[in-house]
Each structure stands twice: as structure tokens, then as C-alpha cells.
Design a protein around this ligand. Structure first.
Ligand SMILES: Nc1ncnc2c1ncn2[C@@H]1O[C@H](COP(=O)(O)OP(=O)(O)OP(=O)(O)O)[C@@H](O)[C@H]1O
Ligand SMILES: [Mg+2]
Length: 291
């Protein structure tokens, strides 16, 4: 096969592992910076060029599109789709997963459980909005934040109110959730490839923190999932329309709760924690006959 990996930087761990795995499995592979792909759209067809030369003959494309270039990156991915190139994560699914609020709505509609979440715009409505959520503690999440930045715990109603007012003053977008204390500062990352969970790790927050992000000093270890967790992870990925997904779960008293479904899950943490060759599993999954 001829495989394209859409990634801004070939030296990133995940990208270089995918390249390596593709070569080992006998494929031709190219890393393409999505911002350097430019396209022509016409009634007679779809073309794309890269640094002055046409791109053609690709059988599959693996998108690794960072959230800062979602708009252009998904346009490039869509152009590949128009040109008949297979992708495990289509542009619509990537876009869907980038809108956190919409993702939660879609998942909840299909019966996936998640931390109860409220969202509002008008400052005067904050009191009732928090009433709808219930008793604190609350978790306040800025929509622009990643890697645990902009995820805050408010232990009292007055602190919820204060943080919300401060964020409103900065014109920031955020959601407020019930705090799942029994997760104990841990979450579970399920790495979904096709119709199976290829690997899973438990991430544990540093002492004194409730955010399990590795970038916040959390530690990761391999974990065995329950049947229910596997089912929830697979269903969440499938509802989002993603063939490859990182599904984050919180272990709660009422069962697994979905925190997020990530369309470009990183390979480094999970390969290290589990010793599983995820890159090869991804390449194997996109080979004809396996899809
Ligand atoms: N409602 C909640 N109750 C308890 N803990 C939570 C809750 N929401 C998040 N956490 C903890 O905080 C961490 C960070 O939250 P989350 O994953 O939602 O944000 P993020 O990592 O900044 O965003 P993204 O995953 O999109 O990069 C989670 O991994 C989890 O450990
Ligand atoms: Mg997270």
C-alpha cells in the first residue's frame, strides 16, 4: 500500500512510530504536513499538490491533525476522501470529536453515561445553571484547554460562582460538570482500533491533584478493563464514527463514564505503559481486508 500520514512534524513520537510500523509491514509511507497540501476542487474532479508536485496513488491516509489546525486539516482530509483514499477517521468524525459539547450530546443521546454537564451563556442564569447541576464539588473546564490546563475544581458553590464569573469576564467558553470524587484522581484511556480495544492504561494524578493528565505529572500503568468498560469504549468510538480513538473513562459508582473521545490519540504514553505495539496494530487495521 501507499500510505499518507497527515502530520505537521515527522519527528513526533506517534508519527515516527507509524512510519516505522508501515515500513516494517512493507508499505510505502509519506508524512505530509497538512498545511502544505493545497487543493483544486472542480466539477471534473479533485486534485492536490504538495510543495509543487501532484499527490496521487495513495491507498490510505492516517490523519494526525492537531486541534490548532482542525479547520484546514480536515479540509485536506476531506479532499483525500473525495479522491477515493481510505481513512480510518473521516473528516466528519474528526470535526465532530473536536466539538466537545456536541460530542457529549451525541454520546448521551445513545445512552452513554458521562459526568453530568451544564453549559450556559448568560451571566444572570448562572445560579439556576448550577442549580440544574446539583451540589458541589464541581469541575469547571475551559473549552480551549488541553492536557489538564483549564480544568478546575470548585469545592463550594461560591467558588463555582466566582470562577464562572471570572471566566465570563474573559469571554472564555467552558462547561461545568459534577465532580466524580470516587475516580480518586484516576482515569482510564482505552485505545480503540476498529472493533477492539487494543490497549488500555490507567492514569493517576499526582498527590494533591485530581487531574490524571501525564502532562500534569500523572503516572500511567497498564490496566485490565471490565467487559462493561470495553463495551462503552467501543460504543463511544462507534457513535463518533472513529475507527481509531482514545476513549477516556472515569470509574464511577454508577459505572464507566465517558470523559472524552480523542480522534488523534498519542502513542507514546500508552505504548510505554503497556508495551503493546499500537503503531503496528493501526497499520494492520488499515490494510485491505482488515478494515
Ligand atoms: N467530572 C470530573 N470528575 C472528576 N475528575 C475529572 C472530571 N473531569 C475531568 N477530571 C480529571 O481531570 C482530567 C482532565 O480533564 P479532561 O480530560 O476533561 O481535560 P483535558 O485533559 O484538559 O482535555 P483533553 O482531554 O481534551 O485534552 C481527567 O483526566 C480526569 O482525571
Ligand atoms: Mg484529557
Amino acid at each position: 500500500m501507499k500510505i499518507a500520514i497527515l502530520s505537521r512534524n515527522a519527528s513526533l513520537y506517534s508519527t515516527s512510530r507509524l512510519v516505522e510500523a508501515a515500513r516494517v509491514r512493507g508499505h510505502a509511507v509519506r508524512v505530509l504536513d497538512p498545511l502544505r497540501c493545497y487543493m483544486r476542487i472542480s466539477r471534473s474532479g479533485f486534485d492536490m499538490h504538495y510543495k509543487g508536485r501532484p499527490l496521487h496513488g495513495f491507498d490510505a491516509v492516517i490523519p494526525r491533525i492537531g486541534s490548532s489546525i482542525t479547520f484546514y486539516g480536515t479540509a485536506v482530509l476531506r479532499q483525500f476522501e473525495m479522491m477515493g483514499v481510505y481513512t480510518p477517521n473521516c473528516s466528519d468524525a474528526v470535526l465532530r470529536s473536536r466539538d466537545k459539547l456536541r460530542s457529549l450530546q451525541l454520546l448521551a443521546r445513545q445512552g452513554i453515561d458521562l459526568p453530568m454537564t451544564v453549559f450556559g451563556d448568560y451571566p444572570d442564569d448562572t445560579t439556576d445553571l448550577l442549580q440544574m447541576l446539583g451540589e458541589p464539588p464541581h469541575v469547571i473546564k475551559l473549552n480551549e484547554g488541553t492536557q489538564g490546563q483549564g480544568v478546575l475544581l470548585a469545592e463550594k458553590r461560591s467558588s463555582s460562582q466566582g470562577m464562572i464569573e471570572a471566566f465570563r469576564g474573559l469571554y472564555a467558553n467552558f462547561v461545568v460538570q459534577e465532580f466524580i470524587g470516587e475516580a480518586g484522581g484516576g482515569d482510564v484511556r482505552c485505545f480503540v482500533i476498529g472493533d477492539r480495544v487494543a490497549a488500555a492504561m490507567h492514569r493517576q494524578a499526582q498527590d494533591g491533584d485530581f487531574r490524571a493528565n501525564l502532562h500534569r505529572g500523572g503516572t500511567a500503568s497498564a490496566v485490565t478493563l471490565t467487559e462493561q468498560e470495553i463495551e462503552v469504549a467501543l460504543r463511544a468510538a462507534s457513535i463518533m464514527g472513529l475507527g481509531i480513538a482514545g476513549v477516556d473513562l472515569l470509574r464511577s459508582n454508577r459505572g464507566p463514564l465517558v470523559l472524552e473521545v480523542n480522534a488523534s490519540p498519542g502513542l507514546e504514553g500508552i505504548e510505554e505503559a503497556t508495551g503493546i505495539d499500537i503503531a503496528s496494530a493501526i497499520i494492520a487495521h488499515i490494510e485491505p481486508g482488515q478494515r
